[in-house]
Design a protein around this ligand. Structure first.
Ligand code: HEM
Length: 510
C-alpha cells in the first residue's frame, strides 16, 4: 500500500513538473517573439526558460558589476521569466531618477513578502498607489521633519548611554567584544522609542528576547535567492519553502507588535498613557485626507507598518556603524583624526550631543565614506516599470524589474578617484552628499521611493559613531591586523560583514 502511495505521489510530481515546464516553454516562446521586436539594453545571452540565472552567483551586486565591463551601465537580464534591467552608472541613475521616476515607481516585491498579506499593509513594498501616498505623507511628517526628530533627542541619548554602559561592563569582563550585537539591540531600542515610546530590548537579557530572536530568524531567510521570484508559476509550490518559513517568522513578529498596538489602543480608550505623541499615535489618529478612499488604517496594517520601520531602520543603521568601525580600525590615521576632532569640538567632560553634529565635519565625512563603500541596501529596493517606457533609447516593457546597483555606482572609477580606498577626506569641502541629488552617491536612494527614514538614519549613525569614539580607544583583537581583517560582505536584510567584527574597547571618556 505504502509502495503504491509513493508511486502515485511520484507520478503526480512528475506530471506537475512536466506541465510547469510546458507552460514555461510556452511563455518563453511567446515572450521571445515579443522581445525580438523591442530594442532592449545589452546583456549576456540567456538559456531557454532559465534565462541568465547562471550568470548570477550569491552576490548579485558583485555579479551585476562584473557584467558591466562587458555590457555597459544599463544591463538587460532574463531571470527565469522575469525581465530585469540593472542601472549601474551615475549618469544612467540620473536619467532614471530625473526623467523616469514615476514610470518606475512601483516595487518588485519578493514572493516571500506576500506571506501574511504583508505587501498589502507595507509601504516599502507597496505599488505606487493611494495607500502608499498616505503612508509616505504620514511617515514623512514624522520621520523627515527636523522638529519631530529633535523632539526625540533625549530618547536617542538614553539608548546610546545604555549601550555604552553595557559595552564598558562587558569589555572589563571579556576584553574583546562583538560589535554588531550591541549596535543592533541599541538601534532596535532607538526605533522602538521613536515608534512606540518604549524600549523593546533588554541589554542584559541572557537569551535575547523573543522579538530579537524572531527578527534574527526572519532576516536569515531574506538574503536567500528564491526561485519563485524568477518563475512566478512555481509560487504554489514554494519549492525552497522560503515563503512558508517567512510566514512563520512574520506571524511571530506581527503577534508581538500587535500586543504593543492593542495596549496603546486600550490606553487611548482609557485616555491615559504617554503624553508625547509618537509614530503609533500618528497612525492611530489617521482619519483620511478628505480626498481619497482610505479614511482609517486597519489594526493589521498598523502592525505591518510598525514592523516595517524595524525592518527599515535597525539593520541598516547598525550595519553601517559596524562598517564604519571596521574601516576606522583598518585606517588608524582616520581614527586618530576623528577622535581629535571630537576632543576639540566637544572636549572630555561631556558626551557628544546631536547639536554638536553639524560641527563634526570629519565625522560626517567618515559616515559618508562608509555609506559609499558599504551602502546598506546595495541594490536599493527593486522597482518595477508601471508602463512600457523608453529609457536611454531602450524599450523597457511594463512590469520589468528595475534594479539600481548603488554599490557599483559608488565604486565606479568614472565617478570616484581611487574608488576602492577608504578616504573620508574626499567628502571634506565637497558638495556631494547622500541626499539623493548627486547620483554617484545614493545610499538612501533617490526620487519618490527614496528612504523615508534618511534623516533619522543619518543621525543615528553619526551620533553612535561619535559616542563610540569618545568613550573608548579601539583596537583589533591580538590575532587580527588591518591587512587580515575579513572585510567580505553578505546580504541579509542589508549588507553586513560576513565575519562579525570583534574589537577591544579601552575606556577613555564619558
Ligand atoms: C543608514 C540608515 C538607512 C539606510 C542606508 C537606508 C536605505 C534605504 C534605501 C536605499 C531605501 C530604498 C530607496 C529606493 O528604493 O530608492 C530605503 C527605503 C526605505 N527606508 Fe531606509 N535606510 C536607512 C534607515 C531607515 C530608517 C531609520 C527608517 C525608518 C525608521 C527607514 C525606513 C525606510 C522605508 C519605510 C523605506 C521605503 C520607502 C518607500 O518605498 O517609499 N530607513 N531605505
Amino acid at each position: 500500500m505504502l509502495k503504491t502511495n509513493s508511486k502515485m505521489a511520484w507520478l503526480v510530481s512528475l506530471t506537475c513538473l512536466t506541465i510547469s515546464l510546458l507552460v514555461a516553454l510556452f511563455f518563453w516562446a511567446k515572450l521571445r517573439n515579443r522581445s525580438s521586436k523591442l530594442r532592449l539594453p545589452p546583456g549576456p545571452p540567456g538559456w531557454p526558460v532559465i534565462g541568465n540565472i547562471f550568470d548570477l552567483g550569491g552576490q548579485p551586486h558583485r555579479d551585476f558589476q562584473r557584467l558591466q565591463s562587458r555590457y555597459g551601465p544599463v544591463l538587460w537580464l532574463k531571470l527565469g521569466n522575469l525581465n530585469t534591467v540593472v542601472v549601474q552608472s551615475a549618469a544612467a541613475a540620473a536619467e532614471l531618477f530625473k526623467k523616469h521616476d514615476l514610470a518606475f515607481a512601483d516595487r518588485k516585491a519578493p514572493d516571500s513578502m506576500t506571506a501574511c498579506d504583508y505587501i498589502k499593509g507595507s509601504m516599502a513594498q507597496a505599488p505606487y498607489n493611494e495607500y502608499w501616498r498616505i503612508l509616505r505623507r504620514l511617515s514623512s511628517s514624522e520621520l523627515m521633519v527636523q522638529k519631530r526628530i529633535n523632539a526625540s533627542v533625549q530618547l536617542r541619548r538614553s539608548c546610546i548611554d545604555k549601550m555604552i554602559q553595557w559595552m564598558k561592563e562587558d569589555a572589563s569582563e571579556f576584553g574583546e567584544i562583538q560589535l554588531d550585537k550591541y549596535l543592533l539591540i541599541m538601534s532596535f531600542n532607538l526605533v522602538s522609542n521613536f515608534m512606540l515610546t518604549r524600549d523593546i530590548m533588554d541589554f542584559k537579557s541572557e537569551t535575547g528576547n523573543e522579538f530579537f530572536e524572531a527578527m534574527h530568524k526572519f532576516i536569515s531567510w531574506q538574503g536567500k535567492p528564491n526561485v519563485v521570484d524568477a518563475f512566478e508559476f512555481l509560487k504554489w509550490l514554494d519549492p525552497q519553502g522560503i515563503r512558508g518559513r517567512t510566514k512563520r517568522h512574520l506571524e511571530e513578529l506581527l503577534k508581538i507588535v500587535s500586543v504593543f498596538v492593542k495596549e496603546r489602543i486600550q490606553e487611548r480608550n482609557l485616555q491615559k498613557g504617554n503624553e508625547t505623541r509618537d509614530f503609533l499615535d500618528a497612525l492611530l489618529d489617521y482619519e483620511g485626507d478628505g480626498k481619497g478612499s482610505v479614511d482609517k488604517l486597519s489594526e493589521k496594517n498598523i502592525n505591518i507598518i510598525i514592523l516595517e520601520m524595524f525592518f527599515g531602520g535597525t539593520e541598516t543603521t547598525s550595519n553601517t556603524t559596524v562598517w564604519a568601525m571596521a574601516e576606522l580600525l583598518c585606517s588608524p590615521d582616520s581614527m586618530r583624526k576623528l577622535k581629535a576632532e571630537i576632543d576639540r569640538v566637544v572636549g572630555p567632560s561631556r558626551a557628544v550631543e546631536e547639536d554638536d553634529l553639524t560641527e563634526l565635519t570629519y565625522l560626517h565625512a567618515v559616515a559618508e565614506e562608509t555609506m559609499r563603500l558599504h551602502p546598506a541596501l546595495p541594490l536599493l529596493l527593486p522597482r518595477k516599470a508601471r508602463e512600457d517606457t523608453e529609457f536611454m533609447g531602450y524599450n523597457i516593457p511594463k512590469d520589468t524589474a528595475v534594479i539600481v546597483n548603488a554599490w557599483a555606482i559608488h565604486r565606479d572609477p568614472d565617478s570616484w578617484e581611487d574608488p576602492l580606498s577608504f578616504k573620508p577626506e574626499r567628502f571634506l569641502n565637497s558638495s556631494i552628499d547622500h541626499k539623493g541629488q548627486h547620483y554617484e552617491m545614493i545610499p538612501f536612494g533617490s526620487g519618490r521611493r527614496s528612504c523615508v527614514g534618511m534623516l533619522m538614519g543619518e543621525r543615528m549613525v553619526n551620533l553612535t559613531l561619535a559616542r563610540l569614539m569618545q568613550s573608548f580607544d579601539w583596537e583589533l583583537p591580538a590575532n587580527v591586523s588591518p591587512e587580515t581583517l575579513d572585510m567580505r560582505d553578505m546580504t541579509g536584510l542589508s549588507l553586513r560583514m560576513m565575519t562579525p567584527l570583534k574589537a577591544v574597547p579601552r575606556e577613555r571618556g564619558v
